[in-house]
Design a protein around this ligand. Structure first.
Ligand SMILES: Cc1cc2nc3c(=O)[nH]c(=O)nc-3n(C[C@H](O)[C@H](O)[C@H](O)COP(=O)(O)OP(=O)(O)OC[C@H]3O[C@@H](n4cnc5c(N)ncnc54)[C@H](O)[C@@H]3O)c2cc1C
Length: 415
């Protein structure tokens, strides 16, 4: 169902973008997501999978460049527009919304560093790609380092040994190691944005970030990962065995690693928050529609007092989540460096609210809510994963607390 937008200042362009994304989510994403959800992880990426025609359609509409400025060939949307489109896409499918964005993430981050050579070599061809054949991924998590990767400021951050190393050899870096099975889009990506250790003597303060074309000799991939939720989102390991890249592909060296990690974390968490709003709204829609039809006690469920209250609480979560998520996106996509704590507030709160909404939706649908006949079952599984992905919520809150300790209270000039 359509929603009333509390923002009365939307332009005609804003509304058109929102409606187009809504139509794509309903007509293209939902049916494909349902099919992928019921396949094995390997079937979901096989050559005859509906995933490929989905990606082709998404790219042909420019949804793979939502985060990129027009100057480099992206859609050049305002933060509010990005948020509205993300919400709609995730209403269609959280996993596919994420996939359509993570394919862009390495190229988005290259733009943040204003590296003209890499923009020309990697970002422009990506923007021009209309068939889904260039796909990025973000490889930060390692088998031995999950929450650890964002533990900046903790005493162990300066002591950790990475599973992924880079050694300078003349004009090239030689890469060795592996990334975890959780890399979204990992087994289907053509390029990786890779976090790795350059100077082990500094622990993870000695890390860097590079772009790696994944057709280079020495790159191999694991199997697509089976998991409980977001099964329409491909994930898997990537291995690097003496992979050689030009020195210039290392676009973040240790000196700049912590500031760029903050920017990446802030951006990723804004995306997670906005998709969670779409997910929370999808659960609310399912519950409201069902409660208007299902009759118990001689009247539709929605006419019972406790049901009205529960549905209203779900509505309240959607509106609250959207308010904080839009505000954080508007702030942090407009300033540099970002105020990371607001992205963390948005991610942790919106994912918790989305999870609560999917839980309540199942409760309102009763036993039907547990079956594959109803969307609520998939929404619940998808929402469960959001509490962990892109940093589990406890770790993000701890990191947020660390930022408050270091930088609060902010003075007026900080804004
Ligand atoms: C759907 C999904 C998509 C993802 N996409 C990507 C991706 O695109 N790229 C990528 O690189 N990774 C990705 N990840 C990985 C994700 O970022 C990690 O799963 C997450 O950061 C948590 O790491 P972990 O799973 O290793 O858990 P751990 O770090 O092992 O944490 C397990 C538990 O221990 C607790 N814990 C951890 N450290 C501490 C501590 N110091 N003190 C107290 N308690 C602690 C945590 O709170 C948690 O409850 C994805 C994960 C999911 C689920």
């Amino acid at each position: 169902m359509k929603y009333f937008d509390i923002n009365l200042n939307l332009s005609e362009d804003d509304i058109a973008l929102k409606e187009a994304a809504r139509q794509f989510a309903e007509e293209v994403m939902r049916p494909v997501a349902k099919q992928l959800d019921r396949m094995s992880a390997e079937e979901a990426v096989a050559p005859d999978s509906p995933l490929w025609s989905f990606l082709k359609k998404a790219y042909s509409l420019g949804y793979h460049t939502l985060l990129l400025p027009e100057y480099y060939g992206g859609l050049g949307l305002s933060p509010l527009q990005v948020h509205m489109v993300f919400e709609e896409l995730a209403w269609g499918s959280f996993g596919l919304a994420l996939l359509t964005t993570v394919v862009c993430f390495p190229f988005y981050c290259i733009c943040l560093t204003n590296n003209d050579e890499l923009i020309e070599k990697f970002v422009k061809p990506y923007c021009d790609c209309k068939d889904g054949s260039i796909r990025g991924c973000w490889a930060i998590t390692e088998p031995e380092h999950g929450s650890d990767v964002i533990a900046v400021g903790e005493d162990y951050f300066s002591k950790m040994k990475g599973n992924m190393r880079a050694r300078l050899d003349g004009d090239e870096y030689v890469l060795n190691g592996q990334k975890s099975a959780w890399v979204s889009g990992g087994t289907i990506a053509t390029h990786a944005m890779l976090h790795l250790q350059i100077d082990p003597s500094k622990g993870f303060y000695g890390n860097g970030v590079c772009i790696v074309p994944l057709d280079l000799p020495g790159v191999s991939k694991g199997k697509a990962l089976e998991k409980i939720g977001q099964r329409d989102l491909n994930q898997g390991e990537i291995y690097f065995d003496d992979v050689r890249i030009p020195k210039d592909y290392m676009f973040v060296e240790p000196d700049f690693y912590v500031p760029i990690l903050d920017i990446i974390l802030a951006s990723a968490n804004l995306c997670m928050a906005s998709w969670s709003v779409g997910l929370a709204r999808a659960a609310f829609d399912e519950a409201l529609n069902y409660c208007k039809e299902r009759v118990q006690g001689g009247r539709p469920l929605i006419e019972h007092y406790t049901t009205k209250q529960r549905v209203f609480d779900m509505f309240a979560r959607v509106e609250t989540a959207r308010a904080i998520s839009r505000a954080a996106m508007n702030l942090n996509l407009n300033i540099s460096p970002p105020h990371v704590e607001y992205s963390l507030v948005a991610k942790t709160q919106c994912t918790e609210m989305a999870f609560q909404n999917t839980h309540d939706a199942i409760q309102l649908l009763g036993a039907n809510g547990l079956t594959k006949e109803y969307l609520t079952e998939k929404l619940f599984r998808d929402a469960r994963a959001t509490l962990i992905e892109d940093g589990n919520n406890e770790t993000l809150s701890r990191h947020g607390g660390h930022i408050l300790m270091e930088t609060y209270p902010r003075g007026p000039l900080d804004f």
